[in-house]
Write a protein that binds this ligand. Sequence first.
Ligand code: COA
Length: 256
Amino acid sequence: MSFNTILTSQENNAFIITINRENKLNALNRETLQEIKSAVLSVQDNKSVRGIIITGSGLKAFAAGADISEFASYSIQQGAQLSADGHSVMNTIENSAIPVIAAINGYSLGGGCELAMACHIRIAAENAKFGQPEVNLGLPPGYAGTQRLVQLIGKGKALELLLTTDFINATQALELGMVSKIVTLEQLLPTCLEMVDVFSTKSLSAIASVIKCVNDHFKSTTPGFETEISEFGKAFQTEDFIEGTLAFSEKRKPNF
Ligand code: COA
C-alpha cells in the first residue's frame, strides 16, 4: 500500500505511521486523515503487528491541527461532512483491536490533539504542547475533541482549555492524565517500541477485548458526538469563521 502524506514502516511487532507534512507542521488534510485510517485498517488482520505507533515527522509537531487552508470556503454541509469523516477516522483508531500509541513529538493542536486522544495511549516528548484552538477560528472542535477531552480530563478542565484555547505543556498534560509518560525526544520512539514489545507478550484476543470493553464504557453516554458534527457544520456560514480563517492565513489575530 502506498501513501502520499504518511510514511509507514514495521519494526519488529510495531507498525509505525508517520505523518509526513513537516513544512505544514503535519497539519491533517483530508488525504492524510484517510491515509491514516487506511493504514490502521490495513494491519488489523496482520498477526505480526502487536502495536501501532502514530507520530509526526520532524522535531516540532505531532500534528498542528486540521489543515485550515483546505476548508476556508466550505458550506455548512461540507463542514458537517468534514467533521463526520474526521469522526470516522478517530473511531477507526479508537476501535482498533491492536493498541494504538500516539508518540507526541511537539505541537498536538486541534485535530492533532483529537488524533492523539483517539489513540489508546499517549506518550509525550518533553517539547509536546496540547491545545484546542478552534474557537480562534470561529469553530468548535470537529474531530470529537469536545467529547474525548471531557472523557480524558473531566468537564471543568476540558471546558477551560476549549474556551480559553490555552496550550498546556507535557508536564501539565501528565498531571491531567492526558498522557501516560514524558520522555526525551530521543527516547520517544524507543519508549513506544518497548511498550509494543510488552503488548507482544500478552494475549492478542484479551487485549482486543479490553479495548472493546473500555470503549463501550462511554458509548451510552455520548450523544455529544452527533451534536459536535452538527455544530461544526453550522459554524461554516458564520462571519466569525470567515474572519477566523482569514486571520490565520494573514498571520494576524482575529477581530471577533
Ligand atoms: N493548517 C494549515 N497550515 C498550518 C497549520 C494548520 N492547522 N498549522 C501550521 N500550518 C502551516 C503554517 O501556515 C505555515 O505554513 P507557511 O510556511 O506556508 O506559511 C507552516 O505550517 C509553519 O507554521 P507557522 O505558523 O509558521 O509556525 P509557528 O512556529 O510560527 O507556529 C503554531 C506554530 C502551531 C502555533 C501555528 O502554526 C498555529 O497556530 N497553527 C494552527 C493551530 C490551529 O489553529 N489548529 C487547529 C486547526 S482546526
